[in-house]
Design a protein around this ligand. Structure first.
Ligand code: G3P
Length: 218
């Protein structure tokens, strides 16, 4: 399973990249705003800075919600770097735009997906990635993992090449469950990835090993 980091924070992206397990980055307008990035020039420069840190795909979201402007924005975004994947919302014009980009060989990430029907449409339009938001479903008392299982099953039935990118991941159990359920990619915060490291028996075991080594060598 690929690990993407879901942030526009350059320091966190660098820390995840340095860990050696990072496969890409996803951003969204809220995450860019959180970093105080505004204005087209600054936004484009920031995407370039992200691309210069990582080796994998970087999802950059369009702001337009009509077909013509989504195409215009997406075609500009992909000039930033070959790692850019155009992130497009799951709306009617978004599906048309995904189909347009797919026909042109431009990679897309269909975002704000909350149902299997939406995921099916994204795959049929030729999206490179589909992003079901599992954390936000959990927030409203639906099981986000059920949706991952459903989409993985449906895509498997027909051999769709669209990769299931589990988004809105909040913690380590989401990551583990995504791997169990066969998601192709998960995107989450650095804290969720680092939480995978933790086990009390690792800490106490290491402490004992080092204490025994010290005793034997003193
Ligand atoms: O980038 C999209 C998605 O991962 C957002 O996550 O935590 O805002 O629900 P969250």
């Amino acid at each position: 399973m690929k690990f993407f980091i879901d942030t526009a924070n350059l320091a966190e992206i660098k820390e995840a990249q340095d860990l050696g397990v990072l496969d890409g980055v996803t951003t969204n307008p809220s995450l860019m705003a959180k970093e105080g990035i505004s204005g087209k020039d600054n936004v484009f420069k920031h995407y370039k800075a992200i691309c210069d840190i990582v080796t994998g795909d970087v999802s950059a979201e369009v702001i337009a919600t009509d077909f013509a402007n989504m195409i215009k924005e997406g075609e500009e975004l992909v000039t930033i770097d070959e790692k850019i994947v155009v992130k497009i919302p799951m709306i009617k014009d978004g599906i048309k735009a995904i189909k347009y980009f797919s026909d042109k060989g431009i990679r897309t990430n269909c975002t704000l997906v909350f149902s299997a029907g939406q995921a099916l449409l994204a795959a049929k339009a030729g999206a490179t990635y589909v992003s079901p938001f599992i954390g936000r479903l959990d927030d409203i008392s639906y099981d986000g993992m059920d949706l991952i299982a459903q989409i993985v099953n449906i895509y498997g039935n027909y051999g769709y090449e669209t990769q299931v990118l589990a988004a809105s991941v909040r913690g380590p159990m989401h990551i583990i469950k995504c791997a169990e359920y066969g998601a192709d990619v998960m995107t989450g915060p650095l804290s969720a990835m680092l939480a995978l490291l933790k086990h009390p028996l690792t800490d106490s075991g290491l402490e004992k090993f080092l204490a025994d080594h010290k005793k034997a060598n003193s």
